[in-house]
Design a protein around this ligand. Sequence first.
Ligand code: PGA
Length: 253
Amino acid sequence: MRQKIVAGNWKMNKTEEEAQILTSEIMAMTGDEAGTSTTVILCVPFPFLGSLRNQVGNSPIKIGAQNCSEHQWGAYTGEVSAWMLKSMKIPYVILGHSERRQYFGEDGKLLAKKIDTSLAADLISIFCCGEPLSVREAGTHEQLVKQQVEEALFHLSAEQIKKVVVAYEPVWAIGTGKTATAQQAQDMHAVIRKHLASKYGGAVAEEISILYGGSVNAKNAQELFTCPDVDGGLVGGASLKSREFVDIVKAMK
Ligand code: PGA
């Protein structure tokens, strides 16, 4: 059975002290919820990875990064290697978030390399895809998302793709307060799963978790999470507030 996941994406927010307070609040409030059937991941800024990993210790909450380099080591000032994350026992990394695509020019070719380095370092990537508003309005969103998945993932073997989590995040829903309807999310998730099945077979596609992201909050989470192909959420703004984030985790039953 595929894993249910709620991942917070803190983006470039919080001081170190605020990050520690938010983490302890989430740990206290999730109690037994995290780790039972839902994997809870906090994807935090690079400087906080070590201290927050120590803080969560053996609790069910996991810490993830928000990006990594396509290179293993070397003269790449300012970059962070997947092997550094591995050496710090950070198990997850978000790759291909639309903000990385938009502001840092990341494209399918680069993301395919980042996926490869992350897999080689034994990390689980949370690979993001999703269409901008203009593409949704033109009605070519399914085509674009299928292409994003193909470009970054279709060179992988069946064994490798099972170590990737896909996050569908329509760009028009990110940080806008405008969530996709449960039907829109379900439709696209089914398209993605079918596309994965066309390449890897139905059994493999059934094992891949597909998360929805884009203005998920405590009010809309439950409806989204009951969709058969929605296996959880990638949560931005609402993950910065402990009560709201934990209510989203609790909506994932
Ligand atoms: P949002 O962000 O929940 O603030 O819309 C989601 C994301 O960017 O991952």
